[in-house]
Design a protein around this ligand. Structure first.
Ligand SMILES: *Cc1c(COP(=O)(O)O)cnc(C)c1O
Length: 397
C-alpha cells in the first residue's frame, strides 16, 4: 500500500498527493534523493537490511530510492495496482516484465501490431532464448482463442495499436488468456493512465513508457511496470535490480511533477484530438481519419465500453501517398516533425519512413501502414490554431 494515499480519493487528488514522502525538513515539493546508496548506523543494521528491507529502508539505487519509490507509489495508487517498479525507459519495462517471467520452452501469444521495439523483443530476443511466440490480429478474439496452448504463459498487446489506433478488447482477451492459465500484459501507452484502467478490465500487468504522457514535456526517458505485489516484488524486482534497468532519481522527480498535471494535460490533448478528428473527417484530400471515438472506427464499441476518451493521438491517410504526406509535413508551422507522442508540443510522424521503416512492405500493408499515413499527437496548443495549420498543409498538397 502506497504512503500518504487514500483509495477513495479521485484521480486528480491521487496525482498530486499519493506516495509523497517527506524528509525531516518537511519540504513541500518532493525531494530528489540524488544518491547511489545509503549509510547504515551499524554492521548489524546493514546485515538486517540485506535480509529484509522495511518500506523506508533502502540499500542501493539500482534496488530502490526514495524519489523513485514516490513515483512508483503515486502511479500505483492512480492505477489501483498493488505495486509498481520504475524503469529506465519504456522498453526496459516491456523487456523487464516479459524476460522476468519467461523461460525457455514457454509460449507467448502477442498482437501483431506493435511498437517497433516491442516487436523486436518478442520476435528477435525472446525467441533467441527459447521462448516461442505466436502473433495474432489483436482485434480478433477468435484468433486469440485459437492461439492459446497449454504452455502459453503470457499474452502481450498494446491497448491501442500504433499507428493505426486499433482498440484491443482487454476484457475479452483477458478472459481467454485466464482460461488458458496465461498472464495478460498490456502496454497501455496510447490509452494513457487517464482514459483506460486495463487492470480493472482484467489485465494482470500494465506497462507504460513514462516518456510519453507521464512526462509529457519531452524531457526524460522512463517506464513503469504495474501489477500485484507478488509479481512486482518476487518476479520483476529481482530481474530488474540485478540487470540494471532501474529508473534514476532525477527522472523519477521529473515524472512526479509530470503526474501532477497528467489528468489535465491528457484531457485537454484528447479534446483537441477529438476536435481535429471530427473536423478532418470527410476532407477531400484524406482517404481516412483514424480515431477510436469516430463513428466509422471498427472498434468504436469496444472503445466506448472500456475507455473514458479516445486518447491524444489520431492518424490520417492522405491521398497521394508519401509525396503528399511529406508535402503536408513540410508545410506545417505549429506541428513539429518528430517521433515522440503525448507531448505538450503537437507532433507529426510519418510511420512508413521512420518508426516502422524496418518492416517489409507486405507487413506494412498488412498493418495498414500506408505511404500516406500520418500520425498526429495532439499537444497543448490552441485546437483552432492546430486545425488551421493542418488545413493549410492539406491545401498545399
Ligand atoms: C514509446 C513506446 C514504448 C517505448 O518507450 P521508451 O520510453 O521510448 O523506451 C513502448 N511502447 C509504446 C506503445 C510506445 O509508444
Amino acid at each position: 500500500m502506497a504512503k500518504n494515499t487514500n483509495p477513495s480519493w479521485n484521480t486528480r487528488t491521487k496525482l498530486v498527493h499519493s506516495g509523497t514522502r517527506r524528509s525531516q525538513y518537511n519540504e513541500v515539493s518532493e525531494s530528489i534523493f540524488l544518491t547511489q546508496g545509503f549509510v547504515y548506523d551499524t554492521a548489524e543494521q546493514a546485515e538486517a537490511r540485506f535480509i529484509e528491507s522495511g518500506p523506508d529502508e533502502f540499500i542501493y539505487a539500482r534496488y530502490g530510492n526514495p524519489t523513485v519509490r514516490m513515483f512508483e507509489e503515486r502511479i500505483a495508487a492512480l492505477e489501483g495496482a498493488e505495486d509498481a517498479f520504475a524503469t529506465a525507459s519504456g522498453m526496459a519495462a516491456v523487456n523487464g516484465a516479459l524476460a522476468a517471467m519467461l523461460k525457455a520452452g514457454d509460449h507467448v501469444v502477442s498482437a501483431r501490431a506493435l511498437f517497433g521495439s516491442c516487436l523486436y523483443i518478442l520476435e528477435e530476443i525472446l525467441t533467441r532464448y527459447g521462448v516461442e511466440v505466436t502473433f495474432v490480429d489483436g482485434t480478433d478474439l477468435d484468433a486469440w482463442k485459437a492461439a492459446m496452448r497449454p504452455d502459453t504463459k503470457a499474452v502481450f498487446l498494446e491497448a491501442i495499436s500504433n499507428p493505426t489506433l486499433e482498440v484491443a478488447d482487454i476484457r475479452g482477451i483477458s478472459d481467454i488468456a485466464h482460461a488458458a492459465g496465461a498472464l495478460v500484459l498490456v502496454d497501455n501507452v496510447f490509452a494513457t493512465p487517464v482514459f483506460q484502467r486495463s487492470l480493472e478490465l482484467g489485465a494482470d500487468v500494465v506497462i507504460y513508457s513514462a516518456t510519453k504522457h507521464i512526462d509529457g514535456q519531452g524531457r526524460v526517458l522512463g517506464g513503469v511496470i504495474l501489477g500485484t505485489e507478488e509479481f512486482i516484488r518476487k518476479t520483476v524486482e529481482p530481474y530488474m535490480k540485478h540487470t540494471g534497468g532501474s529508473m534514476s532519481p532525477f527522472t523519477a522527480w521529473v515524472l512526479l511533477k509530470g503526474l501532477e498535471t497528467l489528468d489535465l494535460r491528457c484531457r485537454a490533448q484528447a479534446d483537441t484530438a477529438t476536435a481535429l478528428a471530427n473536423s478532418l473527417q470527410g476532407h477531400a484530400k484524406l482517404r481516412r481519419v483514424l480515431y477510436p471515438t469516430l463513428a466509422d472506427h471498427p472498434q468504436k464499441d469496444v472503445a466506448a465500453a472500456q475507455m473514458e476518451g479516445g486518447g491524444t493521438v489520431l492518424s490520417i491517410d492522405v491521398e497521394g501517398g508519401q509525396d503528399a504526406a511529406f508535402k503536408l509535413l513540410n508545410a506545417l508551422e505549429i506541428f513539429t516533425i518528430s517521433n515522440n507522442l503525448g507531448d505538450a508540443k503537437s507532433i507529426v510522424t510519418h510511420p512508413a519512413t521512420t518508426t516502422h521503416q524496418r518492416l517489409p512492405d507486405d507487413q506494412k500493408a498488412e498493418l495498414g501502414i500506408t505511404p500516406g499515413l500520418i500520425r498526429i499527437s495532439c499537444g497543448l496548443e490552441d485546437a483552432g490554431d492546430l486545425l488551421q495549420d493542418l488545413l493549410y498543409g492539406l491545401e498545399v498538397i
